[in-house]
Design a protein around this ligand. Sequence first.
Ligand code: AMP
Length: 398
Amino acid sequence: MKILVVNAGSSSLKYQLIDMDDRSVMAKGQCERITVDGHFKHAAGDKQTEFDIALPDHKVAIELVLKYLTDAEYGVIGDMSEIAAVGHRIVNGGEVFPESCIMDEEKIRKLEALTEFAPLHNPPAVTGIRACIEVMGENVPQICVFDTSFHQTMPKEASVYAIPYKYYTDYGIRRFGAHGTSHKYVAGECARLMGKDPKDLKIVTCHLGNGSSITAVDGGKCIDTSMGFTPLAGLLMGTRCGDIDPAILPFIMQKDNIPVEEIGDFLNKKCGVLGLSGVSSDFRDLEAAAKEGNERAALALNMFNYQVKKFIGAYMAAMGGLDAIVFTAGIGENNAVMRKQICEELSFLGIEVDDAKNAERGKAQEITKPTSRVHVFVIPTNEELAIALDTEYLVRNA
Ligand code: AMP
């Protein structure tokens, strides 16, 4: 079965065509600057192409993707009908969508109604779904996989905020979490690598990238996660502040005359390790600066490690135990120094890192010794494959 995975943003549309028989990526690419002017990149095997082209809307973008997937030179399928289904990545499905599902007009309307929970991401995703239906026809199933679904199993004490309850009941304000597709995928892979049933495991999954979140997965289910109502909460990140005392907001808004319309941008784009260090949002730049003696870059790195460690400890307490920790995403997969430091500081848990394995790259594997009481893994995340797997499951069981 061949599945097209689509991740539509306001001006971009990323895609992968995945052959589920061997889980290989047949082709991938992206449309950029949709509605602005237009740029297209496409790769299939060793063939690649990239050019400017007018992309006035998402429908034109999807048409272009399908044209190249079936192209004589750059294509990988003979005809569009070989695509069994399309899996769409959706940032926020609210409480309405606790699981991935096949979309119909009623569900698309329900998704549209959730716009205020993800104003930058949900509307272009809906545009992407409608464009696929228009171009591919009503008979090709369109499946939505939500970044929030995996976190819907959180109990109320982890998901509701200590503000008047009406804000939950009337406005739906609660912890939704994010990166759910990634957390679910790496937790599942961790259980598979351990040769155990997910039901028997307590796992903390650390998705550490430009955006970072940590999740407590108890018996295969999320019971808590560090991101909140929006992906601003939890750990400090590249440019996001993470958890701060909310009273800081009115304080600095008054001091620096920041209007309410600008405070979101400030918290999302000017804070985190960038704001703290004044150097960069990229952890590689911070490491280089810290090596040259930049104290604020070192502080940002140490603070990040400290917060990761604190969340792992908190979630271990929340689950009443810990069998495994998983590191994934840009920093989690690549930064061996950071992994080693965090694990060493948690050595009181009986974590014993295997340095040779920790130094290896790009492989899903355990990086602790067999005698380690808590097992630590590096598992490259693969959100596109996770979306394709849910899509395949729903199509096969429809
Ligand atoms: P992501 O958002 O998952 O793409 O992750 C981006 C973050 O991963 C950036 O802060 C990068 O500095 C970090 N990263 C990517 N590659 C490496 C690497 N080889 N070593 C250390 N950090 C890396």
